[in-house]
Design a protein around this ligand. Structure first.
Ligand code: SF4
Length: 253
């Protein structure tokens, strides 16, 4: 009975809108026992693909339906807002400008309390208390890189443009490990990375993997850099050159 109560649903829609704002009846679905939703096309041009949903219910032993709710819902192809993404996840490093702040949470797995060099897990309160103590007694940095944070950095750097898989590295004459411009770093990253200090290299001032390399390697000599044969000259027999008056003047001078 409720599935056939199209006119009752339309009347509820008109009453709710205060005008005849609904379009064609698009169908009805049973939501449960004696509860049915009727759908009507939304006719406002700003709501293409949206539809009005009028939910009717019928109490036991009652004939007349009652109106539960009238709402507008997106249908197939409706223009809807994209999913909400928290600010912290939306801001990328390329968005960061002078004065912008990117807060780090207390439980960021990339950091551990300053007296640790490991990945010991602390709950939020303990971590906060420890940070206070560390700050008061002046033990240096409140937090340092965790093993996880370090592993993430290694993966990023090794797979990036200054790692061994970049086009620059693949065509390099030698590796950074043998380059005089490589500045060694200390700590656990020393076995895999250094810093390039060659102003002629695109990696100048950046972390490079020891098996990265580029054409500005310190062992490259002048004769090597000229070893590529020059390309054969090309004679263009298809197009015309356009001469200006000043060109002709120079030629005839
Ligand atoms: S100049 Fe090239 S090869 Fe040398 S350290 Fe820098 S990136 Fe590596």
């Amino acid at each position: 009975m409720l599935l056939g109560a199209v006119e009752a649903a339309r009347a509820a829609l008109i009453e709710s809108l205060g005008r005849d704002g609904g379009g064609a009846h698009l169908g009805a679905v049973a939501e449960g026992d004696r509860v049915v939703t009727h759908f009507f096309a939304a006719t406002h041009p700003g709501y293409s693909g949206w539809r009005w949903a009028v939910t009717l219910a019928r109490a036991p032993r009652q004939k007349a339906p009652t109106v539960n709710e009238v709402v507008m819902l997106p249908g197939d192809g409706a223009l809807v807002a994209p999913d909400w993404v928290p600010w912290k996840e939306r801001v990328g490093k390329e968005d960061l400008g002078p004065g912008d702040l990117v807060p780090v949470s207390d439980d960021d797995p990339r950091l551990v309390p300053g007296y640790l060099v490991g990945d010991e897990v602390l709950d939020g309160t303990s971590a906060r208390e420890l940070r206070e103590v560390i700050r008061e007694v002046g033990l240096g940095r409140e937090r340092v890189l965790s093993v996880e944070g370090r592993d993430q950095a290694v993966e990023r750097w090794y797979d990036g443009r200054n790692g061994p898989h970049s086009e620059l590295a693949k065509s390099a004459p030698a590796r950074c490990v043998s380059c005089g411009f490589l500045v060694r770093v200390s700590g656990p990253l020393a076995t895999a990375f250094g810093v390039c200090a060659n102003a002629s290299s695109p990696s100048d001032g950046q972390v490079v993997s020891l098996d990265h390399g580029c054409g500005a390697h310190s062992d490259v000599r002048m004769e090597q850099s000229h070893s590529q044969p020059a390309a054969a000259p090309v004679h263009d027999t298809l197009t015309w050159d356009t001469w200006t008056d000043s060109d002709l003047e120079i030629i005839t001078r």
